[in-house]
Design a binder for this molecule. Structure first.
Ligand code: MN
Length: 208
């Protein structure tokens, strides 16, 4: 979380600092997909793992079809509260631009498959460069995998793929919208433009 905080000025952005209460309640871990209209419009894909949101920037968003491989570039861990963040990050700040919560829900790690014979715990499998999981979102429902394909350390890249799956819960749901600028928030029903327009102009943390 030090990297996350080091990039931000919390007097000038309404993004969460991440010092709130940790996880409350039980249940499956959460995921969120945000659309972020920053210097380049992209999707941010985040999975709750060990008390933080592990995060990837996915230019084209989650795929709907197993034939599509989507580049996913890791970004810094975000606090759990970030899954609720929708608003405008002020100009001049890190990640400046508008964010909407496109989809959210829970996920379940999938039992070890062909690629994960060792049956590692999810966090360890992630550190090792491959996880597969079933998303239960409002929009995304189905089995996905994230696989590191280049190097390790800070400059690695991953692929987010839809897994060809059988059985209940493995196969329905859609992928990212073709036109994210017109897609609507799962939390508020608003588009990027509507979220930006609703931002109070004289408030701290707004565009100026
Ligand atoms: Mn982003």
């Amino acid at each position: 979380m030090r990297t996350y905080r080091g990039k931000r000025h919390f007097g000038r952005t309404r993004e969460p600092h991440g010092d709130g209460p940790g996880r409350t309640g039980g249940g499956d871990p959460r995921f969120v997909v945000q659309i972020h209209d920053a210097s380049t419009l992209h999707f941010d894909f985040r999975l709750e793992v060990d008390g933080v949101l592990k995060s990837w920037s996915v230019p084209k968003g989650p795929p709907s079809d197993p034939a599509q491989k989507r580049l996913a570039v890791p970004t810094e861990d975000h606090p759990l509260e970030y899954r609720e963040f929708e608003g405008v990050i002020a100009e001049g700040e890190y990640g400046a631009g508008t964010v909407v919560v496109w989809d959210e829900g829970t996920y379940r790690p999938l039992p070890p498959g062909r690629r994960d014979r060792r049956g590692l715990p999810f966090a360890d499998a992630l550190a090792d460069g491959h996880v597969s999981f079933r998303l239960h979102g409002a929009k995304l429902r189905g089995d996905y995998a994230l696989t590191r394909f280049r190097g390790g350390g800070k400059r690695d890249s991953w692929l987010l793929v839809r897994e060809r799956s059988t059985g209940k819960g493995g196969g329905s749901g859609r992928g990212a919208p073709a036109d994210p600028a017109r897609a609507r928030s799962v939390r508020s029903g608003r588009t990027l433009r509507q979220v930006a327009a609703a931002e109070p102009a004289d408030d701290e943390g707004s565009r100026r």
